[in-house]
Design a protein around this ligand. Structure first.
Ligand SMILES: Nc1nc2c(ncn2[C@@H]2O[C@H](COP(=O)(O)OP(=O)(O)O[C@H]3O[C@H](CO)[C@@H](O)[C@H](O)[C@@H]3O)[C@@H](O)[C@H]2O)c(=O)[nH]1
Length: 265
């Protein structure tokens, strides 16, 4: 089946469809991988719980962070209640992709209708979550991307020219090899409709690290899912540090070629 794509820069205004009255109660699980995010997690959890989305649930996926993020997450889950927040504890650090695959599978098994991927470090805007859900529901998109690279999207001013260029290059690199028009294919703020996720066998996803973002979107396109991009402002983290390393970067360079080769046979 040829990949189907909604115009990447389509906005709610461009495809307005009336939302049902109870749309804010849609069962939505935010899957948040954490590794040493004790300085960021409390603020993220509080902000998400304060959103006017009674159907929102937070699932933290912690890889036994040495800084105690897992215990802290349990404390917050106890405070907010099991119907609103839960923690998936994993034995050790296996990479962002593996953590997401486990968390997303759990969210779907637990009955989420939508699953949102979100970093714990404050780089993805919490205030945009209702809009992402509204756009997803009103357009029927399988994947709704909080995008830095559509009109209206932007990057942290704290990023220097070199880092901005590298990020744009990474997107152009993966997009060109895979022949997609998705503008933010490397981005990590993505909302999935439950059946779009089910169509991807999460256990068979190859990426251990950040190339998970590219692999998942490419697989969704190959299965004919509509993808829509909503502009966001991406902030740089102010607490803790990125877990990006050389292995992660090498995997991101190789993965588009592997995906392309595989799709040919
Ligand atoms: N459980 C778990 N969580 C992890 C791991 N590695 C990273 N994380 C968590 O995943 C989130 C993102 O990790 P960062 O290391 O902060 O990512 P980044 O460098 O800011 O990269 C972000 O932007 C990229 C695009 O520019 C994205 O490709 C990437 O996925 C991420 O969203 C954070 O909440 C971090 O704690 C891991 O091995 N295990």
């Amino acid at each position: 089946m040829p990949p189907k794509q909604i115009r990447p820069d389509a906005t709610p205004a461009a495809r307005a469809v009336a939302l049902p009255d109870d749309w804010a109660a849609t069962p939505l699980t935010v899957v948040m991988p954490t590794y040493n995010e004790a300085g960021n997690l409390p603020g993220m959890a509080e902000a998400l719980m304060a959103l006017p989305l009674p159907g929102l649930r937070l699932l933290v996926v912690d890889d036994s962070s040495p800084d105690g993020t897992g215990d802290l997450a349990e404390e917050y889950a106890g405070r907010f209640g099991a119907d609103r927040m839960a923690v998936l504890h994993r034995a050790g650090k296996e990479g962002l992709g593996r953590a997401y695959a486990a968390g997303m599978a759990r969210a779907v098994a637990d009955g989420a209708r939508y699953v949102l991927q979100m970093d714990a470090d404050g780089s993805h805007p919490v205030a945009k979550v209702p809009q992402l859900l509204g756009v997803a529901l009103s357009t029927g998109a399988g994947v709704t991307i909080g995008s830095r690279y559509v009109q209206g999207g932007s990057l942290s001013e704290a990023w220097g020219a070199h880092r901005k260029l590298l990020s744009r290059w990474a997107n152009a690199y993966a997009g060109t090899i895979l022949g997609t028009r998705v503008r933010d294919i490397t981005g990590g703020f993505n909302l999935w409709r439950e059946d779009a996720l089910r169509a991807i066998d999460l256990a068979s996803v190859d990426s251990a690290g950040y190339s998970f973002q590219v692999e998942m979107k490419y697989r969704a396109l190959r299965r004919g899912q509509g993808i829509i991009e909503v502009p966001i402002h991406f902030e740089d983290r102010t607490v803790g540090e990125s877990k990006m390393n050389l292995m992660v970067q090498l995997e991101s360079v190789a993965m588009p070629w592997r995906l392309r080769a595989r799709s040919r046979h």
